[in-house]
Design a protein around this ligand. Structure first.
Ligand code: THU
Length: 137
């Protein structure tokens, strides 16, 4: 099973918390931040970005992942190692189904940290959060 160190987990959670301060969430008022670690050791962060046309909303996880892809740090053989996602106020916040699919694409073995429904921060592999995830390659 893929793992990250306790200090890597702590760092990603801290950066995700910081990123949640950037969230643009005037409609839900649910401010989310994410931080990811790539195979090369690079870290990217993201926040949720809502829109008056609600369906255009981008979750924090996908903002971070897409930033890494745009920087050439993820995809094309560069795997995702870990992702942390938090709500600014510490509310329960597990990755939505759409984000699970996107996370899975970049790292089925990636460690995903989030506050689960039991109230605790938990770690799961992306492939556990999305069994039989869809792939074209
Ligand atoms: N949201 C995220 O950014 N990540 C999650 O894991 C769950 C939900 C956002 C989407 C929307 O802006 C707000 O939280 C409420 O759903």
């Amino acid at each position: 099973m893929a793992t990250i160190t306790a200090s890597q987990a702590e760092q990603l959670l801290k950066l995700a918390q910081e990123a949640s301060a950037m969230a643009y969430a005037p409609f839900s008022k649910f401010h989310v931040g994410a931080a990811i670690l790539t195979q090369d050791g690079a870290i990217f962060t993201g926040c949720n970005v809502e829109n008056s046309s609600f369906g255009m909303t981008n979750c924090a996880e996908r903002t971070a992942l897409f930033s890494a892809v745009a920087a050439g740090a993820l995809g094309r053989e560069k795997e995702l190692v870990a992702l942390a996602v938090v709500n600014r106020e510490g509310a329960i916040c597990s990755p939505c189904g759409a984000c699970r699919q996107v996370i899975f694409e970049f790292g089925p073995d990636a460690v995903v940290l989030y506050r689960a429904h039991n109230g605790q921060i938990v770690q799961n592999l992306a492939k556990e959060l999305l069994p039989e995830g869809f792939r074209l390659r």
